[in-house]
Design a protein around this ligand. Structure first.
Ligand code: FES
Length: 163
């Protein structure tokens, strides 16, 4: 069964030891997903699997037959950015940009997780809007490191999307 990556089917028939990260970057030419530590510690390789965030360096491509993968390339286009991408641009939520694809994928999943799994974080007017404090955002985004230290602007961007 093929993997679906950004809405397109991809057959995986390579070395079963191939990580999802290497498959995306090397075989699918989706180089927006970055390799930082390659050991599950930096979050640069974060992608969405069936809407949930995952470190692509810690999982094998062969394990995702039939699943839906979304990378940064699948979130938006230069002319039609995802709201989180647009917020990162507005707030300069980056410096060198290397961690940015992972940060954005992680933020996207975190906001969805917050809305569905943490009812106490949803506003009391039941509008469905997510209201996380800056501290909660930092905690929930702690798996994504930024060596430039752009954390304040990253949190600003996520707060903006919640409003
Ligand atoms: Fe996967 Fe760092 S490259 S967590």
């Amino acid at each position: 069964m093929p993997l679906t990556i950004n809405g397109h089917d991809h057959d995986f028939a390579g070395d079963p030891r191939t990580t999802l990260l290497d498959f995306l970057r090397r075989d699918c030419n989706l180089t927006g997903t970055k390799k930082g530590c390659d050991h599950g510690q930096c979050g640069a390789c974060t992608v969405l699997v069936n809407g949930q965030r995952i470190n692509a360096c810690l999982t094998l491509a062969i394990m995702h037959d039939g699943e839906s993968i979304t990378t940064i390339e699948g979130l938006g286009t230069p002319d039609n950015l995802d709201p989180i991408q647009a917020a990162f641009v507005r707030h300069d939520g980056y410096q060198c940009g290397y961690c940015t694809p992972g940060q954005i994928c992680s933020a996207k999943a975190m906001l969805a997780e917050a809305a569905s799994n943490w009812p106490s974080f949803v506003s009391e007017d039941l509008s469905g809007a997510v209201r996380l404090t800056r501290e909660e955002i930092r905690e929930r985004m702690s798996g994504n490191l930024c060596r430039c230290g752009a954390y304040s602007n990253i949190v600003d961007a996520i707060v903006d999307v919640m409003e």
